[in-house]
Design a protein around this ligand. Structure first.
Ligand code: UGA
Length: 454
Protein backbone atom coordinates (compact mmCIF):
# COMPACT_ATOMS: atom_id res chain seq x y z
CA UNK A 1 0.00 0.00 0.00
CA UNK A 2 1.12 3.54 -0.76
CA UNK A 3 2.05 5.44 2.40
CA UNK A 4 2.92 9.08 3.00
CA UNK A 5 4.91 11.00 5.60
CA UNK A 6 2.32 13.19 7.27
CA UNK A 7 2.88 15.94 9.85
CA UNK A 8 -0.16 17.01 11.89
CA UNK A 9 0.13 20.35 13.65
CA UNK A 10 -2.21 20.68 16.64
CA UNK A 11 -3.38 17.78 18.81
CA UNK A 12 -6.89 18.90 19.71
CA UNK A 13 -9.67 16.47 18.99
CA UNK A 14 -9.47 17.02 15.22
CA UNK A 15 -5.64 16.88 15.05
CA UNK A 16 -5.18 13.91 17.31
CA UNK A 17 -7.97 11.96 15.62
CA UNK A 18 -6.55 12.82 12.19
CA UNK A 19 -3.04 11.75 13.23
CA UNK A 20 -4.06 8.48 14.88
CA UNK A 21 -6.51 7.54 12.12
CA UNK A 22 -4.11 8.35 9.25
CA UNK A 23 -1.51 6.21 11.05
CA UNK A 24 -4.07 3.41 11.28
CA UNK A 25 -4.51 3.70 7.49
CA UNK A 26 -0.78 2.91 7.18
CA UNK A 27 0.75 6.38 6.91
CA UNK A 28 3.79 7.53 8.90
CA UNK A 29 2.54 10.36 11.15
CA UNK A 30 4.27 12.89 13.40
CA UNK A 31 1.94 15.06 15.50
CA UNK A 32 3.13 18.38 16.90
CA UNK A 33 1.82 20.57 19.69
CA UNK A 34 3.24 23.62 21.46
CA UNK A 35 2.23 22.25 24.87
CA UNK A 36 5.27 20.27 26.11
CA UNK A 37 3.40 18.60 28.99
CA UNK A 38 0.63 17.48 26.63
CA UNK A 39 3.17 15.98 24.21
CA UNK A 40 4.75 14.06 27.08
CA UNK A 41 1.37 12.74 28.16
CA UNK A 42 0.53 11.70 24.60
CA UNK A 43 3.85 9.84 24.32
CA UNK A 44 2.74 7.86 27.39
CA UNK A 45 -0.62 7.20 25.70
CA UNK A 46 -2.54 9.59 27.99
CA UNK A 47 -5.30 11.35 26.03
CA UNK A 48 -6.91 14.26 27.90
CA UNK A 49 -10.10 14.48 25.85
CA UNK A 50 -13.07 12.14 26.22
CA UNK A 51 -13.24 10.49 22.80
CA UNK A 52 -14.22 6.83 22.54
CA UNK A 53 -11.48 4.63 21.10
CA UNK A 54 -8.95 7.45 20.65
CA UNK A 55 -6.58 6.59 23.53
CA UNK A 56 -6.50 2.94 22.42
CA UNK A 57 -5.82 3.93 18.80
CA UNK A 58 -3.02 6.30 19.85
CA UNK A 59 -1.35 3.61 21.98
CA UNK A 60 -1.72 1.03 19.20
CA UNK A 61 -0.24 3.29 16.50
CA UNK A 62 2.62 4.50 18.72
CA UNK A 63 3.51 0.84 19.45
CA UNK A 64 3.31 0.02 15.75
CA UNK A 65 5.89 2.76 15.13
CA UNK A 66 3.62 4.75 12.80
CA UNK A 67 2.73 7.60 15.18
CA UNK A 68 4.96 9.89 17.26
CA UNK A 69 4.67 13.24 19.03
CA UNK A 70 7.00 16.25 19.02
CA UNK A 71 6.96 19.73 20.51
CA UNK A 72 6.64 22.48 17.90
CA UNK A 73 5.52 22.40 14.27
CA UNK A 74 9.08 22.89 13.00
CA UNK A 75 10.16 19.54 14.47
CA UNK A 76 7.34 17.74 12.70
CA UNK A 77 7.67 19.20 9.22
CA UNK A 78 11.45 19.06 8.99
CA UNK A 79 13.49 15.91 9.58
CA UNK A 80 10.84 14.49 11.88
CA UNK A 81 10.57 11.13 10.06
CA UNK A 82 12.97 8.20 10.31
CA UNK A 83 15.10 7.52 7.23
CA UNK A 84 16.94 4.33 6.40
CA UNK A 85 19.22 4.69 9.41
CA UNK A 86 16.10 4.81 11.63
CA UNK A 87 16.82 8.30 12.96
CA UNK A 88 14.93 11.50 12.10
CA UNK A 89 16.12 12.66 8.72
CA UNK A 90 13.19 12.88 6.31
CA UNK A 91 10.79 15.79 5.85
CA UNK A 92 6.99 15.67 5.82
CA UNK A 93 5.34 15.30 2.40
CA UNK A 94 1.96 16.50 3.64
CA UNK A 95 1.39 18.91 6.55
CA UNK A 96 -2.05 19.08 8.17
CA UNK A 97 -2.95 22.24 10.07
CA UNK A 98 -5.46 21.29 12.79
CA UNK A 99 -5.37 24.47 14.80
CA UNK A 100 -7.95 26.33 16.84
CA UNK A 101 -9.84 29.04 14.95
CA UNK A 102 -11.92 30.55 17.78
CA UNK A 103 -14.58 33.19 17.31
CA UNK A 104 -12.77 36.52 17.25
CA UNK A 105 -14.08 40.05 17.41
CA UNK A 106 -17.54 40.39 15.81
CA UNK A 107 -17.83 36.64 15.08
CA UNK A 108 -14.90 36.62 12.63
CA UNK A 109 -12.68 33.51 12.90
CA UNK A 110 -9.39 34.26 14.68
CA UNK A 111 -6.60 32.88 12.47
CA UNK A 112 -3.62 33.79 14.63
CA UNK A 113 -2.69 30.17 15.42
CA UNK A 114 -2.71 29.24 11.71
CA UNK A 115 -0.66 32.31 10.82
CA UNK A 116 1.92 31.63 13.55
CA UNK A 117 2.50 28.07 12.35
CA UNK A 118 2.81 29.18 8.73
CA UNK A 119 5.39 31.74 9.81
CA UNK A 120 7.30 29.15 11.86
CA UNK A 121 7.45 26.53 9.12
CA UNK A 122 7.46 28.36 5.80
CA UNK A 123 11.19 28.15 5.21
CA UNK A 124 11.46 24.58 6.48
CA UNK A 125 9.01 22.91 4.09
CA UNK A 126 10.57 20.68 1.47
CA UNK A 127 9.87 21.49 -2.17
CA UNK A 128 6.63 19.80 -3.29
CA UNK A 129 5.07 19.70 0.21
CA UNK A 130 1.29 19.96 0.39
CA UNK A 131 -0.07 22.04 3.28
CA UNK A 132 -3.60 20.98 4.21
CA UNK A 133 -5.99 23.12 6.19
CA UNK A 134 -8.34 21.01 8.27
CA UNK A 135 -9.43 23.76 10.64
CA UNK A 136 -12.71 25.50 9.88
CA UNK A 137 -11.52 28.72 8.29
CA UNK A 138 -13.15 31.57 6.40
CA UNK A 139 -13.46 31.35 2.66
CA UNK A 140 -10.23 32.60 1.16
CA UNK A 141 -7.93 31.27 3.89
CA UNK A 142 -6.22 28.75 1.57
CA UNK A 143 -5.35 31.65 -0.72
CA UNK A 144 -4.21 33.76 2.24
CA UNK A 145 -2.10 30.86 3.57
CA UNK A 146 -0.45 30.47 0.17
CA UNK A 147 0.35 34.20 0.19
CA UNK A 148 1.86 33.99 3.67
CA UNK A 149 3.89 30.92 2.70
CA UNK A 150 5.08 32.67 -0.42
CA UNK A 151 6.41 29.38 -1.80
CA UNK A 152 5.63 28.58 -5.42
CA UNK A 153 6.80 25.00 -4.81
CA UNK A 154 4.28 24.33 -1.97
CA UNK A 155 0.53 23.77 -2.54
CA UNK A 156 -2.23 24.67 -0.10
CA UNK A 157 -5.28 22.43 0.09
CA UNK A 158 -8.53 22.75 2.03
CA UNK A 159 -9.71 19.41 3.43
CA UNK A 160 -12.46 20.19 5.96
CA UNK A 161 -13.29 17.68 8.65
CA UNK A 162 -16.88 16.69 9.41
CA UNK A 163 -16.35 14.55 12.50
CA UNK A 164 -18.40 15.00 15.63
CA UNK A 165 -17.00 15.20 19.13
CA UNK A 166 -17.76 12.00 20.97
CA UNK A 167 -17.62 9.87 17.81
CA UNK A 168 -14.57 11.39 16.15
CA UNK A 169 -12.68 8.15 15.44
CA UNK A 170 -15.78 6.44 14.09
CA UNK A 171 -16.66 9.45 11.92
CA UNK A 172 -13.10 9.77 10.58
CA UNK A 173 -12.93 6.11 9.57
CA UNK A 174 -16.52 6.02 8.23
CA UNK A 175 -16.91 9.35 6.44
CA UNK A 176 -20.00 10.25 4.44
CA UNK A 177 -17.64 12.05 2.07
CA UNK A 178 -14.10 13.39 1.69
CA UNK A 179 -13.81 16.99 0.49
CA UNK A 180 -10.57 18.23 -1.01
CA UNK A 181 -10.27 21.72 -2.43
CA UNK A 182 -7.27 23.06 -4.27
CA UNK A 183 -6.55 25.06 -7.34
CA UNK A 184 -3.86 22.48 -8.30
CA UNK A 185 -5.43 19.13 -9.22
CA UNK A 186 -2.26 17.13 -8.52
CA UNK A 187 -2.05 18.32 -4.88
CA UNK A 188 -5.78 17.67 -4.35
CA UNK A 189 -5.43 14.14 -5.68
CA UNK A 190 -2.41 13.51 -3.44
CA UNK A 191 -4.46 14.45 -0.36
CA UNK A 192 -7.51 12.47 -1.53
CA UNK A 193 -5.28 9.41 -1.96
CA UNK A 194 -4.49 9.45 1.79
CA UNK A 195 -8.08 8.34 2.40
CA UNK A 196 -8.39 5.92 -0.54
CA UNK A 197 -8.78 2.89 1.73
CA UNK A 198 -11.94 4.37 3.26
CA UNK A 199 -13.81 4.11 -0.05
CA UNK A 200 -15.87 7.25 0.60
CA UNK A 201 -17.31 9.49 -2.12
CA UNK A 202 -14.76 12.21 -2.79
CA UNK A 203 -15.57 15.76 -3.84
CA UNK A 204 -12.63 17.42 -5.58
CA UNK A 205 -13.18 21.13 -5.92
CA UNK A 206 -11.53 24.52 -5.64
CA UNK A 207 -10.29 25.73 -2.25
CA UNK A 208 -13.00 28.37 -1.72
CA UNK A 209 -15.82 25.87 -2.35
CA UNK A 210 -14.28 23.37 0.08
CA UNK A 211 -13.96 26.06 2.74
CA UNK A 212 -17.55 27.20 2.23
CA UNK A 213 -18.81 23.60 2.25
CA UNK A 214 -17.79 23.17 5.89
CA UNK A 215 -19.77 26.25 6.97
CA UNK A 216 -22.65 25.27 4.70
CA UNK A 217 -22.85 21.85 6.39
CA UNK A 218 -22.68 23.10 9.99
CA UNK A 219 -25.10 25.97 9.35
CA UNK A 220 -27.55 23.61 7.65
CA UNK A 221 -27.40 21.32 10.70
CA UNK A 222 -27.98 24.30 13.00
CA UNK A 223 -30.93 25.38 10.86
CA UNK A 224 -32.39 21.86 11.03
CA UNK A 225 -32.19 21.96 14.83
CA UNK A 226 -33.66 25.45 15.17
CA UNK A 227 -36.49 24.31 12.92
CA UNK A 228 -37.13 21.28 15.12
CA UNK A 229 -37.04 23.36 18.31
CA UNK A 230 -39.49 25.86 16.81
CA UNK A 231 -41.69 22.99 15.65
CA UNK A 232 -41.65 21.53 19.20
CA UNK A 233 -42.97 24.84 20.51
CA UNK A 234 -45.71 24.84 17.90
CA UNK A 235 -46.57 21.24 18.89
CA UNK A 236 -47.18 22.42 22.47
CA UNK A 237 -49.50 25.13 21.27
CA UNK A 238 -51.59 22.94 18.97
CA UNK A 239 -51.55 19.74 21.04
CA UNK A 240 -49.30 17.70 18.73
CA UNK A 241 -46.28 15.54 19.62
CA UNK A 242 -42.84 16.45 18.25
CA UNK A 243 -41.56 12.86 18.54
CA UNK A 244 -44.29 11.63 16.21
CA UNK A 245 -43.89 14.61 13.88
CA UNK A 246 -40.11 14.15 13.49
CA UNK A 247 -40.47 10.39 13.07
CA UNK A 248 -43.00 10.97 10.34
CA UNK A 249 -41.00 13.58 8.44
CA UNK A 250 -37.73 11.68 8.99
CA UNK A 251 -38.88 8.74 6.87
CA UNK A 252 -38.76 11.10 3.93
CA UNK A 253 -35.26 10.35 2.66
CA UNK A 254 -34.86 13.94 1.56
CA UNK A 255 -35.15 14.95 5.24
CA UNK A 256 -33.69 11.93 7.08
CA UNK A 257 -34.12 10.83 10.71
CA UNK A 258 -30.79 12.20 11.98
CA UNK A 259 -30.44 15.52 13.79
CA UNK A 260 -34.12 15.90 14.55
CA UNK A 261 -34.09 15.73 18.36
CA UNK A 262 -35.38 18.87 20.08
CA UNK A 263 -33.20 20.18 22.87
CA UNK A 264 -32.11 23.15 24.92
CA UNK A 265 -30.55 24.66 21.78
CA UNK A 266 -27.46 23.71 19.84
CA UNK A 267 -24.02 24.46 21.21
CA UNK A 268 -20.46 23.21 21.31
CA UNK A 269 -17.27 24.52 19.81
CA UNK A 270 -18.47 24.40 16.19
CA UNK A 271 -22.09 25.20 15.38
CA UNK A 272 -22.29 28.53 17.31
CA UNK A 273 -18.89 29.69 16.02
CA UNK A 274 -19.56 28.67 12.43
CA UNK A 275 -23.06 30.17 12.19
CA UNK A 276 -21.71 33.51 13.41
CA UNK A 277 -18.71 33.29 11.09
CA UNK A 278 -20.87 32.55 8.03
CA UNK A 279 -23.09 35.47 8.93
CA UNK A 280 -19.97 37.62 8.90
CA UNK A 281 -18.99 36.22 5.50
CA UNK A 282 -22.48 37.04 4.22
CA UNK A 283 -22.39 40.56 5.70
CA UNK A 284 -18.98 41.19 4.16
CA UNK A 285 -20.36 40.03 0.80
CA UNK A 286 -23.30 42.42 1.26
CA UNK A 287 -25.76 39.52 1.45
CA UNK A 288 -28.58 39.63 4.01
CA UNK A 289 -28.70 35.96 5.08
CA UNK A 290 -32.06 36.17 6.89
CA UNK A 291 -32.48 32.43 7.22
CA UNK A 292 -29.17 32.08 9.04
CA UNK A 293 -29.90 35.02 11.32
CA UNK A 294 -33.26 33.49 12.23
CA UNK A 295 -31.51 30.17 12.92
CA UNK A 296 -29.24 31.87 15.46
CA UNK A 297 -32.04 33.97 17.00
CA UNK A 298 -34.25 30.92 17.40
CA UNK A 299 -31.41 29.21 19.25
CA UNK A 300 -30.86 32.14 21.60
CA UNK A 301 -34.58 32.29 22.31
CA UNK A 302 -34.65 28.56 23.03
CA UNK A 303 -32.59 29.09 26.18
CA UNK A 304 -35.03 31.62 27.56
CA UNK A 305 -37.88 29.30 26.60
CA UNK A 306 -36.37 26.56 28.80
CA UNK A 307 -36.04 29.00 31.70
CA UNK A 308 -39.69 30.01 31.25
CA UNK A 309 -40.67 26.34 31.21
CA UNK A 310 -38.83 25.71 34.48
CA UNK A 311 -40.38 28.83 36.02
CA UNK A 312 -43.87 27.73 35.03
CA UNK A 313 -43.31 24.15 36.19
CA UNK A 314 -42.03 25.17 39.62
CA UNK A 315 -44.26 28.14 40.43
CA UNK A 316 -47.34 27.32 38.35
CA UNK A 317 -47.20 30.82 36.90
CA UNK A 318 -45.50 32.31 33.85
CA UNK A 319 -44.17 35.19 35.94
CA UNK A 320 -43.49 33.28 39.18
CA UNK A 321 -40.28 33.98 41.06
CA UNK A 322 -37.32 31.60 41.07
CA UNK A 323 -35.56 33.45 43.87
CA UNK A 324 -33.89 30.93 46.22
CA UNK A 325 -35.61 28.04 44.41
CA UNK A 326 -33.26 25.07 44.52
CA UNK A 327 -32.84 23.36 41.14
CA UNK A 328 -30.77 20.29 40.28
CA UNK A 329 -29.24 20.31 36.81
CA UNK A 330 -28.53 16.95 35.19
CA UNK A 331 -25.91 17.30 32.45
CA UNK A 332 -23.76 20.34 31.79
CA UNK A 333 -21.68 19.37 28.74
CA UNK A 334 -22.91 20.60 25.36
CA UNK A 335 -24.03 17.09 24.45
CA UNK A 336 -23.59 13.56 25.75
CA UNK A 337 -20.42 11.57 25.15
CA UNK A 338 -18.03 14.46 25.67
CA UNK A 339 -16.57 16.46 28.56
CA UNK A 340 -16.62 19.61 26.43
CA UNK A 341 -18.32 22.60 28.05
CA UNK A 342 -17.59 25.12 25.30
CA UNK A 343 -20.71 27.07 24.38
CA UNK A 344 -22.81 24.55 26.24
CA UNK A 345 -26.54 25.41 26.16
CA UNK A 346 -26.72 23.88 29.66
CA UNK A 347 -24.35 26.51 31.02
CA UNK A 348 -26.14 29.33 29.21
CA UNK A 349 -29.43 28.18 30.75
CA UNK A 350 -27.75 27.82 34.15
CA UNK A 351 -26.58 31.43 33.89
CA UNK A 352 -30.14 32.61 33.11
CA UNK A 353 -31.57 30.58 36.00
CA UNK A 354 -28.98 32.06 38.36
CA UNK A 355 -29.82 35.55 37.14
CA UNK A 356 -33.44 34.75 37.98
CA UNK A 357 -32.32 34.01 41.55
CA UNK A 358 -32.35 30.19 41.57
CA UNK A 359 -29.90 28.16 43.70
CA UNK A 360 -28.30 25.63 41.41
CA UNK A 361 -26.45 22.40 41.86
CA UNK A 362 -25.18 20.37 38.91
CA UNK A 363 -24.28 16.79 38.13
CA UNK A 364 -22.58 15.58 34.97
CA UNK A 365 -21.08 12.11 34.48
CA UNK A 366 -18.13 13.60 32.56
CA UNK A 367 -17.26 16.00 35.38
CA UNK A 368 -16.80 13.53 38.22
CA UNK A 369 -13.40 12.05 39.18
CA UNK A 370 -12.27 9.42 36.65
CA UNK A 371 -10.36 6.53 38.30
CA UNK A 372 -8.95 5.48 34.90
CA UNK A 373 -7.39 8.90 34.35
CA UNK A 374 -5.73 10.19 37.54
CA UNK A 375 -4.16 13.07 35.53
CA UNK A 376 -7.64 14.57 35.18
CA UNK A 377 -8.66 16.89 38.00
CA UNK A 378 -12.39 16.99 38.70
CA UNK A 379 -13.65 20.55 39.25
CA UNK A 380 -16.00 21.35 42.16
CA UNK A 381 -17.86 24.03 40.23
CA UNK A 382 -18.45 25.16 36.65
CA UNK A 383 -19.35 28.76 35.84
CA UNK A 384 -20.54 29.24 39.42
CA UNK A 385 -22.64 26.05 39.46
CA UNK A 386 -21.48 23.80 42.34
CA UNK A 387 -20.94 20.22 41.17
CA UNK A 388 -21.97 17.08 43.01
CA UNK A 389 -20.76 13.58 42.24
CA UNK A 390 -24.13 11.81 42.29
CA UNK A 391 -27.54 12.59 40.73
CA UNK A 392 -29.21 11.87 44.11
CA UNK A 393 -27.27 14.76 45.63
CA UNK A 394 -28.54 17.02 42.85
CA UNK A 395 -32.11 15.93 43.65
CA UNK A 396 -31.84 16.47 47.42
CA UNK A 397 -34.32 19.19 48.39
CA UNK A 398 -34.69 20.36 44.78
CA UNK A 399 -37.93 21.93 43.55
CA UNK A 400 -37.18 20.56 40.09
CA UNK A 401 -34.57 18.56 38.24
CA UNK A 402 -33.68 19.90 34.82
CA UNK A 403 -32.19 17.41 32.33
CA UNK A 404 -29.96 19.41 29.99
CA UNK A 405 -27.66 16.81 28.39
CA UNK A 406 -28.86 13.53 26.91
CA UNK A 407 -26.58 11.18 28.91
CA UNK A 408 -28.16 7.70 28.48
CA UNK A 409 -27.37 6.89 32.14
CA UNK A 410 -30.10 9.33 33.21
CA UNK A 411 -32.72 6.99 31.76
CA UNK A 412 -32.02 4.30 34.31
CA UNK A 413 -31.65 6.38 37.48
CA UNK A 414 -33.61 5.25 40.54
CA UNK A 415 -36.43 7.70 39.90
CA UNK A 416 -38.48 6.48 42.87
CA UNK A 417 -35.63 7.30 45.26
CA UNK A 418 -35.06 10.60 43.47
CA UNK A 419 -38.74 11.55 43.82
CA UNK A 420 -38.46 10.84 47.55
CA UNK A 421 -35.49 13.18 47.92
CA UNK A 422 -37.04 16.15 46.13
CA UNK A 423 -39.03 19.02 47.60
CA UNK A 424 -41.32 19.08 44.55
CA UNK A 425 -41.52 16.03 42.24
CA UNK A 426 -40.86 17.86 38.96
CA UNK A 427 -38.51 16.91 36.14
CA UNK A 428 -38.07 19.26 33.18
CA UNK A 429 -36.58 17.09 30.46
CA UNK A 430 -35.17 19.41 27.79
CA UNK A 431 -33.92 16.46 25.72
CA UNK A 432 -37.10 14.33 25.76
CA UNK A 433 -34.74 11.65 27.03
CA UNK A 434 -36.73 10.07 29.84
CA UNK A 435 -39.69 7.75 29.54
CA UNK A 436 -42.74 9.76 30.74
CA UNK A 437 -44.46 6.60 32.04
CA UNK A 438 -41.43 5.71 34.22
CA UNK A 439 -41.47 9.18 35.73
CA UNK A 440 -45.22 9.01 36.30
CA UNK A 441 -44.92 5.65 38.06
CA UNK A 442 -42.24 7.16 40.31
CA UNK A 443 -44.68 9.92 41.26
CA UNK A 444 -42.91 12.58 39.23
CA UNK A 445 -44.34 15.14 36.85
CA UNK A 446 -42.23 14.99 33.70
CA UNK A 447 -42.26 17.98 31.39
CA UNK A 448 -40.62 17.59 28.02
CA UNK A 449 -40.49 19.67 24.85
CA UNK A 450 -43.34 19.54 22.38
CA UNK A 451 -44.89 16.52 24.01
CA UNK A 452 -48.61 15.93 24.23
CA UNK A 453 -48.47 15.58 28.02
CA UNK A 454 -46.42 18.77 28.40
C1 UGA B 1 -20.52 19.39 14.61
C2 UGA B 1 -20.93 18.68 13.31
O1 UGA B 1 -21.99 17.75 13.57
C3 UGA B 1 -19.75 17.92 12.70
O2 UGA B 1 -20.12 17.35 11.45
C4 UGA B 1 -18.60 18.91 12.48
O3 UGA B 1 -17.44 18.25 11.94
C5 UGA B 1 -18.23 19.53 13.82
O4 UGA B 1 -19.38 20.22 14.35
C6 UGA B 1 -17.10 20.50 13.59
O5 UGA B 1 -17.31 21.50 12.91
O6 UGA B 1 -15.96 20.21 13.98
P1 UGA B 1 -20.17 18.65 17.15
O7 UGA B 1 -19.86 20.07 17.45
O8 UGA B 1 -19.31 17.58 17.72
O9 UGA B 1 -20.18 18.38 15.55
O10 UGA B 1 -21.65 18.43 17.69
P2 UGA B 1 -23.01 17.83 17.12
O11 UGA B 1 -23.10 16.39 17.38
O12 UGA B 1 -23.22 18.28 15.73
O13 UGA B 1 -24.05 18.59 18.07
C7 UGA B 1 -24.16 20.02 18.04
C8 UGA B 1 -25.24 20.49 18.98
O14 UGA B 1 -26.52 20.13 18.48
C9 UGA B 1 -25.15 19.92 20.38
O15 UGA B 1 -25.43 20.94 21.31
C10 UGA B 1 -26.22 18.84 20.39
O16 UGA B 1 -26.72 18.54 21.65
C11 UGA B 1 -27.27 19.47 19.50
N1 UGA B 1 -28.17 18.47 18.87
C12 UGA B 1 -27.69 17.58 17.97
C13 UGA B 1 -29.53 18.51 19.17
O17 UGA B 1 -29.99 19.34 19.98
N2 UGA B 1 -30.36 17.60 18.56
C14 UGA B 1 -29.91 16.69 17.66
O18 UGA B 1 -30.74 15.91 17.12
C15 UGA B 1 -28.54 16.67 17.36
Amino acid sequence: MFTRRVAVVGTGYVGLTTGACLASLGHQVVCADIDTAKVERLRRGVVDIVEPGLAELVTEQVSAGRLSFVVGAANAVSEGFPGESGSGELDAEIVFLCLPTPMGVGGVADLRAVEAVVEETRELLAAGTVVVNKSTVPVGTAGRTAELLDRADVSVVSNPEFLREGSAVHDFLNPDRIVVGCDTAEAAERVAALYARLGAPTVLTDAASAELMKYAANCFLAMKLSYVNAMAELCERVGADIGDVTEGIGYDRRIGQAFLSPGPGWGGSCLPKDTHALLQVADAADFEFRLLRATIDTNTRQRQRIVDKVRHAVTGRRTGSLTRVRLGLLGLTFKAGTDDLRDSPALAIAALLRQAGADLVGYDPALVPDPSNPDKIAADEVDGVPLVSDPMEAAQGAEALVVLTEWPVFRTLDWVAIAGAMKQPIVVDTRNLLDPATLRRAGLTGIGLGRREA
